[in-house]
Design a protein around this ligand. Structure first.
Ligand code: MG
Length: 344
């Protein structure tokens, strides 16, 4: 069957040729990818970035995102964002921008789906708690790369790993597609966290500063559309970087400051953070003191010198509900039902 020869596959080559004719000159082409650490045969059907996207989607770490907090802890309400729905919103916004700018939509989607794979349970409170416990420090973007390189090795292309690593922090991603995800992440979380804060009764849309309302409008749809349109118009003028126009960016930063002041740092959601520190610290101590727990969870021997790192990996991989169940099991006395003690 000649079509199964990956070296000369008409299907993949067709995709690569489409990229050549369709993409902007500044876009990243899958054919010129810097490649994988471990060389492997190309896929018969998909470009290297399409393949990376699928590997991320099929990973266990991706599925665990559904039970990890975005901002509101282990929400009981069905309509609050989780880390998974946040990831999907980022991917959607990023793909819209990439397609309009004729950048590589597959690379953009792969980076977006993978960007938060290493996020700790309980959102940024969990991240801060792990960072305080672990001497080498903990940051979710570095952990995301550790997930795809070490913990659940996917052998992804350099461009995807770079975009995941630099989706936050001062260093710009290598590719414009990585830059799209970095800004789409902010557009997504500011808008959906605002929506969730209104749902929780922390804010009303009318509480937003007047110039934020003037520039971005009063509904979530209007806000996202105006941010995305400005990003596309500004970045598409010269393709030097993915950015907003100066005035719109100023207002965007004002919205960000408002959200930090009123939601991320100054609300009920924040009060829960002390409890998160207690849970993470409790689990950390227990696992460090009982290496057999770790060995049973990882199904392998853990030598003394790697115990701390493996403990951090184990806790970072937990979902909110797994961490709470774990904590309950080791620290909360088990309750026996009264009926157990009644004579039959
Ligand atoms: Mg994110």
């Amino acid at each position: 069957m000649t079509i199964l020869n990956a070296e000369r596959s008409p299907f993949r080559e067709q995709q690569e040729q489409l990229e050549d004719t369709y993409l902007a000159p500044q876009a990243t082409r899958s054919r010129s990818s810097r490649g994988r650490d471990v060389p492997e045969d190309a896929c018969v059907l998909r470009t290297c970035f399409q393949r990376d996207r699928d590997r991320i989607l099929h990973s266990k770490a991706f599925r665990r995102l559904k039970h990890k907090t975005q901002v509101f802890m282990a929400p009981v309400g069905d309509h609050y964002r989780t880390r998974l729905t946040h990831t999907l919103e980022v991917a959607q916004i990023a793909r819209t921008i990439a397609r309009a700018l004729r950048l590589n939509e597959d690379l953009t989607e792969a980076i977006a789906l993978g960007h938060d794979l290493g996020h700790a349970p309980f959102g940024h409170a969990g991240e801060a708690a792990l960072d305080a416990m672990f001497e080498a420090g903990f940051a979710h973007n570095e952990q995301s790369v550790r997930v795809v390189e070490v913990l659940e090795p996917l052998n992804l292309t350099r461009e995807v790993r770079d975009g995941i690593l630099h989706h936050t922090g001062p260093v710009a991603p290598l590719t414009l597609e990585g830059q799209v995800v970095k800004i789409a992440d902010r557009v997504a979380y500011l808008n959906h966290d605002l929506d969730d804060a209104c749902r929780a009764g922390i804010l009303q849309p009318m509480d937003l500063p007047s110039d934020v309302r003037l520039v971005f409008g009063d509904t979530r749809g209007e806000r996202i559309e105006r941010m995305v349109l400005d990003l596309i118009a500004t970045s598409g003028a010269d393709y030097e970087a993915i950015r907003m126009s100066e005035g719109v960016h100023e207002t965007f930063l004002e919205l960000r400051r408002f959200m930090f002041l009123n939601v991320y740092h100054g609300s009920r959601a924040k009060i829960e953070e002390r409890k998160v520190q207690g849970i993470i610290a409790g689990i950390y101590r227990h696992v460090m003191d009982n290496p057999v727990v770790l060995e049973r969870a990882l199904n392998r021997e853990v030598v003394e010198s790697e115990r701390e790192r493996a403990t951090v990996d184990y806790i970072a991989g937990m979902t909110d509900r797994y961490a709470i169940a774990f904590y309950e099991k080791i620290y909360v006395p088990r309750s026996w039902s009264l009926t157990d003690e009644l004579p039959s």
